[in-house]
Ligand binder design. Structure first.
Ligand code: ADP
Ligand code: MG
Length: 294
């Protein structure tokens, strides 16, 4: 095969994840309809790290749940490796803000749990549990119970549990949203290393623009009322990046300015007396909460 053939083969390979006109409407018991997501198009390449950012309620989790197969699109298509998603599968694991570890199981037993469910043989399972606990630097804590761990350690255990089934795609919904800034930074570095080593495709939801710029190959900016994609931005900065570095901060300000309009829209709908947030320049800030620097 020539390099040209290789390139053609690569270009014609289906996207790892594709949403084509995918939309989601929820209908409640009284028949009231919420358009959580208006039709969106998004293609994620094999091995790509894509972050979704946007204000609360713009449909970030909805996109993730559609790809995870936890929800079904009301319109359009959601494809993984060119095949329609029909439900959850071991090729796509989801990690949430809460580690959701079983409190009565040890760290190792928690990580092993999905392998037991999948009927993986004992010796194979033990090997994999060790491999992934070592990868997230928790091997020493394998016999601890979740309540004995810090928040960051619990998320690392959850990450090991996501990785142990060796999925192709990691879906992460604000996984570090509840952690302090230093722990977050460490986990960003760990996640980046693991992503580079394992070549997973990652779809990562956050409302923190700096986190998105720190981690992503591409940032998808979403808007609200109704949930939609506003803009997609390539992050062409060398890795590893530092959340505090200047060019990360500059890109984050661009994104933050874009989102300011969206957040104000939400705020206006959430007050009953026409109150408006004070106008002012968009300041770069520590933005633990995305609204923080605004
Ligand atoms: N199961 C549901 N039933 C009704 N409405 C929902 C449901 N899940 C989400 N929504 C609505 O859909 C919109 C998008 O939600 P979500 O994807 O959770 O947003 P985000 O993750 O960006 O905060 C919100 O308005 C939310 O209230
Ligand atoms: Mg969400």
């Amino acid at each position: 095969m020539t390099s040209r053939d290789l390139r053609t083969a690569h270009e014609s390979a289906p996207s790892k994840i594709a949403l084509r006109g995918a939309a989601k409407r929820f209908v409640d018991a009284e028949g009231k309809t919420t358009q959580a997501l208006s039709p969106v198009d998004l293609e994620v390449r094999d091995g790509e790290f894509v972050c979704l950012v946007g204000p609360s309620g713009c449909g970030k989790s909805t996109v993730l749940n559609l790809v995870a197969g936890l929800d079904q699109a009301s319109e359009g298509e959601v494809l993984v490796r060119g095949e329609p998603v029909r439900g959850p599968g071991p090729d796509r694991t989801v990690m949430f803000q809460e580690a959701a570890l079983f409190p009565w199981l040890t760290v190792a037993e928690n990580v092993r749990f999905p392998l037991d469910v999948a009927g993986v043989a004992r010796s194979e399972a033990s090997g994999r549990v060790e491999q992934y606990l070592r990868m997230v630097h928790l091997w020493k804590f394998r016999d601890a119970r979740p309540h004995e761990l810090s928040g960051g350690m619990r998320q690392r255990a959850a990450l090991a549990r996501s990785l142990v089934v060796e999925p192709d795609i990691l879906l992460m919904d604000e996984p570090f949203g509840a952690l302090d800034a230093q722990t977050c930074e460490m986990l960003h570095a760990e996640l980046e290393t693991i992503w580079q080593r394992t070549k997973k495709t990652v779809l990562f939801v956050t409302h923190n623009v700096r986190e998105a710029v720190r981690l992503a190959d591409r940032v998808v900016v979403m808007g609200t009322r109704p949930g939609r994609i506003k803009r997609v931005l390539e992050v062409d900065l060398p890795r590893p990046r530092d959340q505090e570095q200047r060019d990360v901060g500059l890109l984050a300000s661009v994104l933050r300015a874009e989102l300011k309009v969206e957040i104000e829209k939400v705020l206006r709908e959430e007050v009953d007396d026409g109150w408006r947030p004070t106008q002012g320049p968009v300041r770069p800030g520590p933005d633990r909460g995305m609204g923080g620097g605004i």
